[in-house]
Write a new protein. Structure first.
Length: 186
């Protein structure tokens, strides 16, 4: 193989969340359902759960695109999906200790990744997106609320569209957070 040949782009889709905290399990359930689909060869979909430190280290493996799927409280109606293009965030603020394995928010994961890249000479993903869902409840309990459970199939469709666009060199994403779908209704 030619050493100067460009590696094919790789995409990581990670479902984050704690399945013991109700709707916080949205990302885990969405990625579980996504893995039942036929995904492009360049896509790796993983249930990261609450292992944020592990996720930061995994991102050092050289991904072009990273999509984090997680419950995201932004004040909308429960079940509302949001697509957030993280873009070139510098100086990401983290609340609390950076390496608290039980509180690795997406901001903390990205801050840790920036630190790891600086220390190792690694390169963060070119594109980082968050597909979030407005939770109804993140209290102790197993299972998603009705509106969030209804949003999971919609989230899978959004992910499949994003993966197809990314594979074809399509849209670069949105610069600002935006709702991509209101509460799922049937």
């Amino acid at each position: 193989m030619n050493p100067t040949a460009r590696k094919p782009p790789r995409t990581l889709v990670a479902g984050a969340g704690n399945i013991f905290l109700g709707d916080d399990g949205f990302g885990v359930e969405t990625v579980r359902r996504l893995t039942a689909e036929t995904l492009p060869a360049h896509v790796e979909a993983v249930d990261i759960g609450v292992r944020g430190v592990h996720l930061a280290y995994q991102l050092l493996d050289g991904y072009d695109t990273f999509i984090l799927v997680d419950a995201t409280a932004r004040g909308g109606l429960p079940g509302t999906l949001y697509l957030i293009d993280v873009g070139e965030r510098r100086g990401v603020e983290s609340h609390g200790p950076l390496l608290d394995g039980h509180r690795m928010s997406p901001d903390a994961v990205l801050a840790l990744l920036a630190t790891l890249c600086a220390g190792t000479g690694g390169t963060p993903p070119r594109r980082t997106l968050v597909l979030g869902c407005e939770p109804a409840s993140v209290e102790e309990g197993i299972g998603l609320s009705g509106p969030v459970a209804d949003a999971v199939p919609q989230a899978v469709r959004v992910l499949l569209r994003l993966l197809e666009d990314d594979h074809q060199g399509g849209p670069a994403g949105e610069p600002e957070p935006r709702a991509v779908a209101g509460p799922a209704t049937y």
